[in-house]
Design a protein around this ligand. Structure first.
Ligand code: AMP
Ligand code: MG
Length: 396
């Protein structure tokens, strides 16, 4: 049995140690007065991640409030200041500091590892001082207006430390939070879609995910869902391994279980892709969609809001084909991936392999990412393979 690293599991009496190998059948449990016993996957099953999910929802919701405030000010500002990218910088750092602060506050007894996009390097130098002060004020204003943390006041040092929690490398051992503090910064600056995306990895597997999408309408963007009026915006999607996916208004009212589209007919399916052509090859998506028989034009949205919208059946397919050489980061897909899979969808790379979040900060994958329901996946994969093959031949 290979024990590559050891981790104590809290909450079970005696000393308990598991291997972080992926196979729990290879794990052993020790106690002070007995021989090692096998720890079966029932331990994994009994870990409900309930309090972690509650903490993640709180963290993403508080961070979303900070981002909303910055985006509103940005959109009200004049044309000159709209070309200034600093609001997104401030919101990015502020969101990461808040998520890190809330998770540590809500889960004090757990060791804390966070894999996140930002680090505080630029804020620690003299030229970053003013930005750091703006971030700290924004963080404290947001906390002061929150239900649970109005008594908190962070110093600039606290903010730097909270941001730097995000330096973890992740990997296949133990637990790691994975955060994109503002996914879709281009959409954020344009006044369009963006998301706060937070997931938890346990031994390399995504076990829960939360997507706060402050600008996503609660009603379907394809117009099918009549549960909510079209002018209400702000969605919180959340999913836990084996427990399905739910959506609730970001302002906190009751959650609704959601499911991916059940369509089997590509002619009825619409597909999502990045708004930014620099992030995904729109020409290739169009070739794939045509080959599959999709009639509708692409729906272009920024950020992991695409995964959220797909999880509730607004569209049936998401195609992502970055330009050659781009390496996908785990925080751009971890939360979205579980939100879709728990809603009944499938997320794979272009070769049909599931995404592997256990390799550190990057995803190592074949060419692109495709998402759809179980019924459409075989024909989508075929269309993807044929289109990629044709592209290869025509570039010879
Ligand atoms: P989306 O809005 O779906 O296009 O995704 C936004 C995310 O794309 C950002 O958070 C970036 O991490 C990521 N991104 C940045 N540059 C690229 C690129 N050249 N190709 C693909 N994705 C990128
Ligand atoms: Mg991102």
């Amino acid at each position: 049995m290979a024990i590559n690293c050891l981790r104590a599991i809290p909450k079970i009496q005696h000393l308990e140690i598991t291997s972080c190998s992926h196979s729990f059948s290879n794990s052993f449990l020790f106690s002070s007065n007995s021989k090692p016993k096998r720890v079966f996957s029932s331990i994994r099953a009994s870990m409900s991640y309930e309090k972690e999910l509650a903490a993640a929802k709180k963290a993403a919701s508080v961070a979303a409030r900070l981002c909303q405030k910055v985006q509103q000010a940005l959109l009200q500002s004049d044309v000159h200041s709209k070309s200034d990218k600093s609001p997104v910088t401030v919101a990015d750092y502020g969101s990461q500091a808040l998520v890190s602060f809330v998770l540590e506050r809500e889960l004090p007894s757990e060791s804390f590892s966070l894999v996140a996009e930002e680090d505080s390097g630029d804020l620690r130098i003299d030229s970053g001082r003013e930005t750091l002060e703006r971030i700290t004020k924004l963080v404290n204003d947001t906390l002061a207006n929150s239900d649970s943390y109005s008594d908190s006041n962070l110093t600039t040092e606290d903010v730097l430390r909270a941001i730097d929690n995000g330096k973890s490398e992740g990997g296949s051992c133990g637990r790691h939070w994975v955060l994109d503090p503002i996914d879709g910064t281009k959409g954020f600056l344009r006044g369009d879609q963006y998301a706060i995306a937070l997931a938890l990895l346990d031994e390399g597997k995504v076990v829960l995910g939360v997507l706060a999408c402050p600008n996503l309408p609660l009603a379907s963007i394809s117009g099918d869902n009549q549960q909510f009026s079209h002018d209400k915006i702000g969605c919180l999607f959340f999913a836990k391994l084996g427990a399905g996916t739910y959506m609730q208004p970001l302002d906190g009212s009751s959650p609704l279980k959601v499911h991916v589209s059940a369509t089997e007919n590509p002619e009825d399916a619409s597909f999502f892709e990045s708004y930014e052509a620099a992030h995904s090859l729109h020409g290739l998506s169009s070739t794939i969609a045509k080959k599959l028989g999709v009639k509708a034009p692409p729906v272009r949205i920024d950020s992991q809001a695409k995964y959220g919208a797909l999880s509730r059946g607004d569209g049936a397919i998401y195609l992502r084909f970055p330009h050659k050489g781009y390496r996908e980061k785990i925080w751009d897909h971890a939360a979205g991936c579980i939100v879709v899979t728990e809603a009944g969808g499938v997320v794979t790379d272009a070769a049909g392999n599931p995404l592997d979040f256990s390799k550190g900060r990057y995803l190592d994958l074949e060419t692109g990412i495709i998402v759809t329901n179980q019924k459409l996946m075989p024909s989508l994969l075929k269309a993807v393979k044929e289109s990629l093959e044709e592209e290869k031949v025509s570039s010879l």
